[in-house]
Design a binder for this molecule. Structure first.
Ligand code: G6P
Length: 615
C-alpha cells in the first residue's frame, strides 16, 4: 500500500528511482511522484495516474541528481490529485518526504502548525509530517546529517500512527534518511550507492544485499555507507541478508501480464513449497521453522487460522486439511474480525497467520492480539524478512518468489501446499499411520506434474472465457474442500474483471441464490470426483432445470459432467484434500482470460493494492 524508493549514489537518481518504482507499482497506482537534489535545490515531478504517466512527464521535463526519493500512491487521506501525490514538502520547501502509512493524529498536528503560520498545499497526513520534521530541523543549531536525523526523531516522537519514510533535504546533500514503524522499509547496500525501498524487489537490479529495518528504527544513508539508530537515539544492530531472487524473477519475461506468468510458475512453486520438507523414512513433513518440539505439537488442542483475501481462502482449505488429517478442531477467521473478537480459546491454541506479503495490517494486528493472549503464533509468509514473518513465534516460508500481479495466484497454491505439510506433520504425530503418511507424501510429490498438466488447458479455458465474458453476474459453487475454491474463483473474477461474482456452498443454492439463475447468469461448479461429487451433480441439475449456463470443473476421466454442464474443464485426479490445488488453476485462468477479453488492467485492477498496510 504505497511504494517508496530512495536512492543515493553516483548514478543518475531518476533512472534508478523510476526503475525501482515500477517494481512497486503493485502497492498502489493512483498517482506517483519523484524528487531529486539537483545541486540548486529540489527538483520535483508529480502526476496523477500510473507510473508510466510519471515516466512520460520526466521524459518531457527531465530532472537530475544523485540523491532522490519517489513514491507510488494508494490514496488514504485526500483525493487522488496532483497536490496530494507525494513527495510532500515542509514549510521552507527545502525538505521532501515520501511516506507509506497513516499519521492518525495529523489533524491535531496540522491545526497546531497552522496556528504557527504553516501553510499546507494538500489534504494529506504526510504533508503534516514534512512540516513537523522541517520545523524541528530549522530549530537545530547546525544543518548536518546528524541534525536531520535528530529532527526526524523529535518529529516522530509527536506522531501517532504508522510510517515507512524516505526523506531528503537540500541543506544536507548526498544524504537519504529513512524510518519505519508498521510499514516495511528495506535498505539496499550497493557499491558506491545505497537505496531504501518498501520492498527489496525495487532494488534487485542494484544489489541483493539488504537490511530489513525494524520498527522504531531510523537509517541515514550516503553513497558509501549507512547508520541505523533507534527512535531513542541508540545505535541499532542489524543483519545483512541476501535476497533470494534476481531481477529476472521480477520481470514479466515473455508473458503479456504478471498474472499469467505467475499462474504458469505454479508447477515450480508448488514443488518449491515442499522442497526438502518431505521425510520419506518417517513418512512425515519436516518444518524446522515452526520452532516447536514434537511434544509441543502433540499438545496442540486447537488451531486458529487467519488472513485476508486470498490468504483467508487458503486458510479455509487448511481448516479442512488439518481437521481431516490431524483431527484437531480448527477455526478460520478473517483477520479483520479476529483482531477485535475476543475468542475464548484453550491455552494450547496455535494461531496461523497466512500472508503472502507478510505486511497486511489486519493480519499483523490479529497476530499481535493472539500473542497478547498468550497463544503461540506461526506465520505462513512468502516475503522473507517481512513483519509477520519476524514477529511470529515460528513459521513456514512459501518460497514462491516475488508475486507482482495484484490478484494472488501462485502464493495461494503455495499456501495450500504448506498447510498440507502442516496437516501431515500434525497427523503423523497423532493418529496417521506410517503407510498413510507415505501415501500422502507420494501424492504430494505427484502434484507439480499434475499442476503442469492442468495448465495445458489454458487455450480451452480462454475459449470458454470469451463465451461468458459479457456476463453481469457469475456464481461459483463448491462443497467441502472446494467451497473455499469457489470463494477464490469468485474473488479472482471480481478483482480482475469487475463482474459481480459470488460464491456459495453448492447446497445453499436452494436457500436463496437460485433466484438469481437465468439464461444470462453462468454458474461455475467445482465438482471433482470426491466424496460429495454426486451431491454437486444434483445441484448442477437444479441450475440446468432453470436454464442457467453451467461451467463445471471436474476430474479427468469423468463422463457425467459432460451430460449436464455446458462447458467442462477436467483436471488430473488427486485425493480429496489436494484437489483444491488443481481445481483452482482453471479458475485463475478463467478470471485472467475474462479480464483480458474485457480489456481490464489485469495486473493492476482499479482500487486495489497488493499489500494492504492500513486497517
Ligand atoms: C490484498 C490483495 C489480495 C490479498 C490480500 C492479502 O487485498 O489485493 O490479493 O489476498 O491483500 O494479502 P497478503 O499479502 O496478506 O496475503
Amino acid at each position: 500500500m504505497c511504494g517508496i524508493v530512495g536512492y543515493v549514489g553516483r548514478a543518475e537518481a531518476p533512472r534508478a528511482l523510476l526503475q525501482g518504482l515500477r517494481r512497486l507499482e503493485y502497492r498502489g497506482y493512483d498517482s506517483a511522484g519523484i524528487a531529486t537534489l539537483n545541486g540548486a535545490g529540489i527538483a520535483v515531478r508529480k502526476s496523477v495516474g500510473r507510473i508510466a504517466d510519471l515516466e512520460r512527464l520526466v521524459a518531457e521535463k527531465p530532472i537530475h541528481g544523485h540523491t532522490g526519493i519517489c513514491h507510488t500512491r494508494w490514496a488514504t487521506h485526500g483525493a487522488v490529485t496532483q497536490e496530494n501525490a507525494h513527495p510532500h514538502f515542509d514549510q521552507s520547501g527545502r525538505l521532501a518526504i515520501v511516506h507509506n502509512g497513516v499519521i492518525e493524529n495529523y489533524l491535531d498536528l496540522r491545526a497546531a502548525l497552522e496556528e504557527e503560520g504553516h501553510v499546507f498545499r494538500s489534504q494529506t497526513d504526510t504533508e503534516v509530517l514534512a512540516h513537523l520534521v522541517g520545523r524541528e530541523f530549522d530549530r537545530q543549531p547546525a544543518h548536518t546529517k546528524g541534525a536531520l536525523v535528530e529532527a526526524l526523531r523529535t518529529a516522530l516522537g509527536q506522531v501517532i500512527g504508522t510510517y515507512g519514510i524516505a526523506m531528503i533535504h537540500q541543506d544536507v546533500p548526498g544524504v537519504l534518511i529513512g524510518a519505519r514503524r508498521g510499514s516495511p522499509l528495506v535498505l539496499g547496500i550497493g557499491k558506491g550507492e545505497n537505496l531504501l525501498a518498501s520492498d527489496a524487489a525495487a532494488m534487485v537490479s542494484h544489489t541483493r544485499d539488504v537490511v530489513y529495518l525494524k520498527d522504531y528504527e531510523l537509517a541515514a544513508l550516503d553513497a558509501d555507507g549507512f547508520q541505523i539508530t533507534t527512535l531513542q537515539g541508540d545505535g541499532a544492530g542489524y543483519e545483512i541478508s541476501q535476497v533470494e531472487y534476481t531481477e529476472k524473477d521480477v520481470s514479466k519475461g515473455d508473458y503479456p501480464h504478471y498474472m499469467l506468468k505467475e499462474i504458469f510458475e505454479q508447477s515450480g512453486t508448488v514443488r518449491d513449497a515442499m522442497r526438502g520438507r518431505l521425510v520419506l523414512d518417517e513418512a512425515t513433513a519436516k518444518l524446522g521453522g515452526l520452532e516447536m518440539s514434537n511434544a509441543e505439537l502433540r499438545d496442540v488442542e486447537r488451531v486458529v487460522i487467519t488472513g485476508c483475501g486470498t490468504a483467508l481462502h487458503a486458510g479455509m482449505v487448511g481448516e479442512y486439511m488439518i481437521e481431516t488429517l490431524a483431527h484437531i478442531p480448527v477455526e478460520c477467521e478473517f483477520a479483520s474480525e479476529l483482531r477485535y473478537r475476543n475468542l475464548p480459546l484453550p491455552k494450547d491454541t496455535l494461531v496461523f497467520a497466512i500472508s503472502q506479503s507478510g505486511e497486511t495490517a489486519d493480519t499483523l494486528a490479529a497476530l499481535r492480539e493472539s500473542q497478547r493472549k498468550g497463544h503461540r503464533t506461526l506465520g505462513i509468509c512468502n516475503n522473507v524478512g517481512s513483519t509477520i514473518a519476524r514477529e511470529s513465534d515460528g513459521g513456514v516460508y512459501m518460497h514462491a518468489g516475488p508475486e507482482i500481479g495484484v490478484a494472488a495466484t501462485k502464493s495461494f497454491t503455495s499456501q495450500l501446499v504448506v498447510q498440507a505439510l502442516i496437516a501431515l506433520l500434525l497427523g503423523r504425530l497423532t493418529h496417521l499411520s506410517h503407510s498413510e503418511g507415505l501415501n500422502i507424501i507420494r501424492e504430494l510429490d505427484k502434484l507439480p506434474d499434475k499442476v503442469a498438466k492442468a495448465l495445458e488447458l489454458n487455450d480451452e479455458i480462454a475459449r470458454i472465457a470469451r463465451k461468458y465474458a459479457q456476463a453481469k453476474v457469475m456464481l461459483f459453487m463448491g462443497r467441502q474442500f472446494n467451497y473455499p475454491i469457489a470463494l477464490e474463483g469468485a474473488l479472482k473474477v471480481k478483482e480482475t474483471s469487475y463482474i459481480a461474482a459470488s460464491a456459495h456452498p453448492s447446497a445453499e443454492l436452494k436457500h436463496g441464490v437460485i433466484a438469481l439463475i437465468d439464461e444470462a447468469t453462468p454458474s461455475v461448479f467445482i465438482a471433482p470426483r470426491d466424496a460429495v461429487f454426486e451431491k454437486n451433480l444434483s445441484n448442477i441439475e437444479e441450475v440446468k432445470a432453470r436454464k442457467g449456463p453451467v461451467i463445471a470443473i471436474g476430474t479427468e476421466g469423468d463422463d457425467h459432467l459432460g451430460h449436464v454442464a455446458d462447458d467442462v474443464i477436467l483436471v488430473p485426479e488427486a485425493p480429496d484434500f489436494l484437489t483444491p490445488i488443481l481445481t483452482v488453476l482453471p479458475l485463475q485462468l478463467l478470471a485472467y482470460h475474462i479480464a483480458v477479453e474485457l480489456g481490464r488492467d489485469v495486473d493492476k485492477p482499479r482500487n486495489l493494492a497488493k499489500s494492504v498496510t492500513v486497517e
